[in-house]
Ligand binder design. Structure first.
Ligand SMILES: [Zn+2]
Length: 203
């Protein structure tokens, strides 16, 4: 797949430094909304989310603002509902494929809320949360699938506990409460691309 968007990083930039937890090619915006994982717990699950602020609008500065507790509650009616939340994700893939990282991957981001996977509660403890800029019903961009698959492959290389078989949606770990990344998200496409990245593409 070709990544045509100018801001989408090249594959060669996708390396995660496991000692610092940062992705080399990401634009870094550090969020205070994180803490340590429980002692001895390594991430073994990837949770894919969808987000847009305001809902259905893309390209603004508001997701960065939400994750850094600087969202102005009076800038949009919806913001008043969410401005006081203390939330984050490890990374965001924007519509053009740009990756923003908010939390080092070995630390605990606050993305899943009340959640459960394979009999384990509190998925934040053991997962990495990746937001896609989008909505449940509108197709995600090819540049986002390309960047996400590069990121997932880089994470699987950096953290041996991660697996391409353990990637779920927020809706899978919080059913009935969350619907993202939504019906528009093409899981077979992601799995095909991740398999290609890990098995065929040069690291
Ligand atoms: Zn979510």
């Amino acid at each position: 797949m070709r990544t045509s968007a100018a801001r989408a990083p090249e594959r060669s930039g996708f390396a995660v430094d496991a000692s610092t937890g940062w992705l080399g090619c990401a634009r870094r915006v550090e969020s205070p909304n994180c803490d340590d994982r429980p002692r001895g717990v390594r991430p073994d699950l990837l949770v894919v989310h969808g987000i847009s602020l305001p809902p259905g609008e893309f390209g603004g500065p508001w997701i960065d603002a939400l994750f850094t507790n600087t969202l102005p509650p009076d800038a949009h009616p919806y913001f008043a509902e969410v401005a006081a939340l203390r939330v984050s994700a490890h990374a965001l893939v924007r519509r053009d494929g740009e990756i923003v990282q908010y939390v080092p991957f070995h630390r605990r981001a606050w993305h899943a809320g009340q959640s459960r996977w394979a009999g384990r509660e509190r998925c934040n403890d053991f997962s990495i949360g990746i937001e896609l800029e989008g909505t449940d019903a509108r197709p995600y961009e090819p540049a986002q699938y390309a960047a996400l698959s590069h990121l997932v492959a880089a994470l699987c290389r950096a953290y041996a506990t991660l697996s391409p078989d353990h990637i779920v949606g927020h809706s899978d770990v919080a059913p009935g409460r969350k619907t993202d990344p939504g019906i528009a998200f093409d899981w077979p496409m992601l799995r095909t691309l991740v398999r290609y990245e890990l098995e065929v593409a040069p690291a």
